[in-house]
Write a protein that binds this ligand. Structure first.
Ligand code: FAD
Ligand code: DHB
Length: 426
């Protein structure tokens, strides 16, 4: 494994002309990872396990990253990747395995028996906990993560010698590398660095958002319930045996301040269906936030020596619980591509990265769009409502439709790496 080297200014090397003159340090690594969300942290861990050196640059503090409340449902494949990364001990102990999921419609709950239908389950484990586990694994491996890195900028990713600069405590630093991994989410700098004529964007914005509440109360439901109600969508989820996570569809211009805890729980009860509503125990919220819903994909995911992964490359509406899981499959594919590239000195695995990811991404986009269309209220669209009713009735009547939903919800299989498969066969 190559270790990061720090070249002091006094070493006589001049900074590149495009990089600030106030440069105080130069280092070198194999891969610079921008972003310490789940994608960046997991990629760092997977690369470390195959002997590839990487530095992670994150613009926020570690505490800020841990304070973001997001995903809660992990596919079986995601858990297996975390095993590979050596970061799954607590998840394996504390994660709640769910063999089924509920769909609420016209006041009734219909169970989709995931395990029975497709032989797989999902694991309920918060993104916050997963991020904490990955941060601890990285600290234990002694690899470098730089938090509060300001003004991260990419240089020369179209050629053979990319560099990344950033500022910290008023000083500018430069890291030379072989590759840059853009794991910096939807609002990051990596995708924004690509000229518009080099990529194609596909986007669909939904006319509503999700208002989410986290509360310390034992969940009165043992499996998630996604409810289609005439008042709008609601989701009953959980984080642990003592903590619930619930959502209601809200308008895009709504504000958290408009939603007292009492208003939230009243609305949630009216939407989630009698069976669950009667058992809801209200509790003060410990977090409340609104997220817009969007479908978004950029193509391709490789630009010279820059690779995009996770939310930097795609967004799904949260209804299918796919965002974090897709970030995990992207970085799993990327770590394989980099591993095979360094091992075989071949460009083929790098060339294949984008298409291999996109095949899985588009299937998750389709499923997330389908779940969102079937479960939310689209005011004023009577045709859409008839289609929803018909889709849901068909789902409840047809074992084949249920198996299709289950197959997608638990996560489609990972594709084998074509280049490494060829190498093994040869
Ligand atoms: P992020 O988590 O966004 O991490 C990117 C990191 O890059 C951040 O830490 C950011 O600070 C950093 N960064 C940004 N810009 C810069 C810069 N210029 N320089 C340096 N660092 C930078 N997914 C699921 O799979 N299941 C679910 O149940 C689920 N539920 C969700 C519920 C909600 C309400 C929301 C909002 C999302 C949900 N998701 C879910 C989606 C999931 O949270 C995201 O897909 C996931 O966080 C993506 O991880 P990431 O590492 O790619 O991006
Ligand atoms: C949660 C979020 C989701 O988007 C989802 O589909 C299921 C669960 C959650 O936060 O628990």
């Amino acid at each position: 494994m190559r270790k990061s080297r720090t070249l002091d200014r006094k070493s006589g090397s001049r900074p590149s002309s495009t990089i600030s003159e106030s440069l105080v340090s130069r280092t070198r690594t194999q891969v610079v990872i921008v972003g310490a969300g789940p994608a960046g942290l997991l990629l760092g861990q997977l690369l470390h396990r195959v002997g590839i050196d990487a530095v992670i640059l994150e613009r926020r503090s570690a505490e800020y990253v841990l304070g973001r409340i997001r995903a809660g449902v992990l596919e079986q494949g995601t858990v297996e990747v975390l095993d590979c990364a050596g970061a799954s001990a607590r998840l394996r102990k504390e994660g709640l395995i769910h063999d089924g999921v509920g769909i609420g419609f016209e006041g009734r709950r219909h169970r989709i028996a995931l395990k029975q239908l497709v032989g797989k389950a999902v694991t309920v484990y918060g993104q916050t906990e997963l991020t904490r586990d990955l941060m601890e694994a990285r600290a234990a491996s002694g690899c470098t993560s730089i938090y509060e890195a300001e003004d991260v900028a990419l240089h020369g990713w179209g050629g053979a010698s990319p560099k990344v600069t950033y500022r910290r405590n008023g000083a500018t630093h430069e890291i030379a590398c072989d590759f840059i991994a853009g794991c910096d989410g939807y609002h990051g700098v990596c995708r924004a660095s690509i000229p518009a004529d080099k990529s194609r964007v596909f986007e669909h914005v939904y006319p509503f958002g999700w208002l989410g509440v986290l509360a310390d109360v034992p969940p009165p439901w043992s499996e998630l319930v996604y409810a289609n109600s005439e008042r709008g969508f609601a989701l009953a989820s959980l984080r642990s045996p003592t903590r619930v996570r619930c959502y209601v569809q809200c308008s895009l211009d709504d504000r958290v301040e408009n939603w007292s805890d009492t208003r939230f729980w009243d609305e949630f009860r009216r939407r989630i269906g009698e069976e669950v509503a009667d058992r809801v125990v209200t509790a003060p919220s410990i977090e409340k936030s609104i997220a817009p819903l969007r479908s978004f994909v950029v193509e391709p995911l490789r630009f010279g020596r820059l690779f995009l992964a996770g939310d930097a490359a795609h967004i799904v509406p949260p209804t299918g619980a796919k965002g974090l899981n897709l970030a995990v499959s992207d970085v799993y594919y990327l770590h394989e591509a980099l591993r095979d590239h360094y091992r075989d000195r071949s460009e083929i695995p790098l060339d294949e990265y984008s298409a291999r990811c996109l095949r899985r991404i588009w299937k998750a986009e389709r499923f997330s769009w389908w779940m969102t269309r079937q479960l939310h209220l689209f005011p004023g669209d009577a045709f859409a409502r008839r289609m929803q009713v018909t889709e849901l009735e068909y789902l409840f009547e047809s074992a084949a439709a249920q198996a299709s939903m289950a197959e997608n919800y638990v996560g489609l299989p990972f594709e084998p790496a074509a280049a490494s498969a060829r190498t093994q066969v040869a």
